[in-house]
Each structure stands twice: as C-alpha cells, then as structure tokens.
Design a binder for this molecule. Structure first.
Ligand code: FAD
Ligand code: UDP
Length: 399
C-alpha cells in the first residue's frame, strides 16, 4: 500500500480533502485515510430520516474574502446565495419598553451582531436612535467595536450600552459555550461577533457567502473524485504507524514511512496523549423534526440570556430546501470534552496554559521529518472553513 503513494493524508475534512485534491492535481498519488465512515469532516451533511438536509456536526455557513479559496471550491460546487442572519431571543426584563409592532409574550428579539437597530429594539425607537448616535460619535472612524473594547469606554452612557450588550448578548452565552466569562476566554473569540456601528444585520460581512447548492458532502465527493486519490473510510492512520524519536515507522514493516504524512486529527492523540489531554469543548446536538413548513424566522436564533442550549438553527433556511410540512432544527449544548470515543472535540480552548501544552506536542511533531500538521484539530486553532482551505492550498504548494 505504502509504496504506490506519494503522500498520505489523515482526515477527509476541509483540511485533508483540499490538500489531497491540490496535490493530486500536481501529479501526486494521494492516499486519504479517514477514521469516520464518511468524508467531509465536521462539514458533512446528509438527509435525515424525514428527508431534510441536515448538518450532522452543527450548522456550517460558508463565507470568505479569499478569492483563491472561493474559486477553488467553486470548481466542485455551485452556490446557493445565502447571507446568514441571526437574532437573539431573550426574556423581556423591562416591560415598560415595547417596541412598536413587537409581540409582548414575555420575550423579545434583536439582531446579532448587536447593531444600531438592536439598540432600537432594546430601548425603543427614539432612545435607541439617541444612543446609536452616541456610539457613532464615540467611534467615528470605526464600523464595529469589540465588546471588550466597548466595556473599556469611560463615557458613562457608552459604558451603560456596553453593560447592556455584555449582559444581554455575551456573558450568559459565553458561559454556556465556554464555561467562562468573556474576559476569561481568548479575546479573539468574542471579537468574532462585534458590536456593529451600522444597520448591517448580516452575521458575516465577507465578499463571498453562500451554501454549496447540493450540500457540502456532494462538494467533497467531487473534490476527492480524482484518479490520483484513493480514499479509505473507517481507517485510523495510527493503526499503520509506530513513532520513533525522529521518524514515523510503518508498523510491522521495519521501515520508515516513505512519504510525507499530512495529519489533520488531534495532535495529542497522535502522540498517545503522552503529555496529557489537550482541552476542548464538545457539543451535544439535539435534532428535532417538526410537522410544519418553518419553525423560526431566521436561520439561527441565539438564546443569549436563558435556556441551557446556546442556539437553535433551522436547516431549511440555510439550504433553501423545499419540503412542505416538515422541518428539522438543532439545539446546541456545550460542555467539556472528556475524550470518550462517542464525543467529538469541536473547539480548542485557547489560552496560554493550553497553548504551552500544545507547544510540547508540536515540538515532538517537528522532530518527525515526514509529518505536516494541518487543520483545526492538528493546529489547535479556531479556524473557519475558508482559513483551513487556504492553509491546505498553501501546504500543497510547499510540498
Ligand atoms: P475536521 O472537519 O474536524 O476534519 C478532520 C477529520 O480528520 C475528521 O473527519 C476526523 O474523523 C479525521 N481524523 C481525525 N483523526 C484521524 C486519524 N487518526 N485517522 C484518520 N482520520 C482522522 N466554519 C465556517 O467557516 N463557517 C461556519 O458556519 C462554521 N460553523 C461551525 C459550527 C460548529 C458547531 C463547529 C464546531 C465548527 C464550525 N465551523 C465553521 C468550523 C469548521 O467546522 C472547521 O473550520 C472545519 O471543519 C475544519 O476542517 P478540518 O479538516 O480542519 O477538521
Ligand atoms: N457570542 C456571544 N453571544 C452571541 C454570539 C457569540 O457571547 O450571541 C460569543 C461566544 O463567546 C461565542 C463567540 O462569541 O463562542 C463566537 O461566536 P460564533 O458565533 O463565531 O461561534 P461559532 O459559530 O464558531 O460557535
């Protein structure tokens, strides 16, 4: 098996599949080993038992400013035009303020990222407009501001807005998602969802946004369909390998792996957890299929103040699937990853201590001449799909 391939790739998600295709097109014979029974990694989608197209590992919306990545992926799919919009659904804590036309069933809504219209939903039109002007005056040269930056503002009225947004958008959601406050987690994480100094209510502002017209899995099938690529599912790369200090050996063969290995799985597992587990958050997904056309107004509704789950996504908004009388939603519950085989490590918990532990594993990896680390797990980073695709294209170029 090992002689006829020029590169091994462990994992058939964004990292592995994009790298494999780019290398195959350069004439390399590529062997892709995937331990799950499907390709696509966490972007995998499939029909559920009622025929609704769902994302098994949580909702994925493609967005990028990277033209090269967009052009590369566009060779394997057409796109459904889709701009993700999210609202927060929260209990009303001030019954005095009832925005015109809004129901008063004890809950209310505003766009997330929090923007100038969210202010009006929260404080009523005229007060919201006044506070919006206050924000615009406070940050005349910016189109957005992070919550942590906003919380530093010394102006008492801006500080009051910051307190409101912190309390109604960030602190409870972040506690549910990370078990820590916004100050305790990596600042880059909350910065992903800024406070917008405009009325733009799109979740992402990238130049290219959309959903693969036939779904992600179909896109990956096309990407991996190349005469130079062989894919083996249900295959963990580690079953073939034994690790020496400066080398990766083929188990039982008494010889080093004779080609590069692009590894896209968790780095601690690759080294048998020798320095201990890298901490991750995992998610429990609760899928519910309902006998109705549509359940909610938006693709995703964030429960930023109460409930045990963080958000509800309704797939038909994302995929545009036309299927009368049935819809599927998913609720996301976050908790620490324990390493149980039934769990998936979804989010690296980025902080100095964990980065230091990762660095120990990385130092081991750097000694192995054949080994290249790529992807959200192997690099222990919070990458979006487009960032991984860009890194995979770069690595293929280098190899
Ligand atoms: P993965 O998709 O995890 O793929 C790694 C693959 O390697 C897996 O299939 C795994 O089974 C396999 N593997 C691991 N170890 C081995 C081994 N030893 N041998 C063989 N195979 C192995 N990004 C966006 O851009 N937009 C979004 O809307 C978005 N939503 C998200 C929502 C959620 C809930 C989560 C968790 C992430 C989201 N992301 C989103 C991020 C996106 O999932 C990642 O950027 C992307 O999936 C990373 O691809 P990857 O190939 O690095 O990792
Ligand atoms: N966040 C929040 N409230 C929200 C949305 C996001 O507090 O309504 C914070 C939270 O800490 C979250 C982070 O911002 O983990 C990043 O949000 P994003 O939607 O990008 O997370 P992902 O889709 O990657 O889970």
């Amino acid at each position: 098996m090992e002689k006829q391939h020029d590169v091994w790739v462990a994992g058939a998600g964004y990292a592995g599949a994009v790298a494999a295709r780019a290398l195959a097109e350069k004439g390399k014979q590529v062997l892709v080993l995937e331990r799950r029974d499907h390709i696509g990694g966490n972007a995998y989608d499939c029909l559920d038992e009622n025929g609704v197209l769902i994302h098994k590992y949580g909702p994925h919306i493609f967005h990028t400013n990277d033209r090269k990545v967009f052009d590369f992926l566009s060779r394997f799919t057409q796109w459904r035009r889709y701009q993700h919009r999210v609202i927060a659904n929260i209990p009303r804590d001030n019954p005095e303020v009832v925005p015109a036309g809004k129901k008063t069933d004890g809950r209310f809504f505003f766009p997330v990222p929090f923007n100038l219209d969210s202010l009006k939903n929260a404080f009523g039109r005229s007060e919201g407009e006044r506070l919006g002007q206050k924000l615009l005056d406070a940050y005349p040269a910016q189109s957005q501001v992070t919550i942590l930056e906003l919380c530093q503002n010394p102006d008492p009225e801006v500080a009051a807005i910051a307190d409101y947004v912190y309390e109604h958008v960030f602190v409870h959601y972040t506690m549910k998602q990370w078990g820590q406050t916004p100050e305790e987690i990596d600042p880059g994480t909350t910065a992903r969802v800024p406070v917008r100094l405009s009325q733009d209510d799109r979740y992402f502002q990238d130049a290219y946004q959309g959903m693969p017209a036939q779904g992600y899995t179909k896109m990956f099938e096309k990407m991996l369909d190349h005469p130079n690529i062989e894919v083996r599912l249900n295959t963990d790369v580690r079953q073939y390998l034994s690790l020496e200090e400066y080398d990766i050996f083929l188990r039982g063969a008494g010889m080093p792996l004779p080609c590069p290995l692009i590894y896209t799985g968790p780095l601690d597992e690759f080294f048998g957890l020798c320095y201990g587990r890298l901490p991750y958050r995992t998610l429990d997904f609760q899928f519910e299929t309902l006998p109705q056309d549509i359940y909610q107004t938006h693709g995703t509704v964030n429960y930023t103040v109460d409930k045990d789950f963080t958000r509800i996504t309704e797939f038909k908004h994302l995929t545009g699937q036309e299927l009368p009388g049935v819809t599927t939603i998913v609720k996301e519950y976050s908790r620490p990853y324990t390493g149980d085989a039934r769990e998936t490590p979804y989010y690296a918990i980025i902080n100095p201590e964990n980065n230091a532990l990762y660095a120990r594993y990385k130092a081991e990896a750097d000694k192995k001449q054949q080994l290249y680390l790529l992807g959200r797990l192997a690099e222990y980073k919070y990458y979006n799909m487009d960032a991984i695709a860009a890194r995979a294209l770069e690595l293929a170029e280098r190899l």
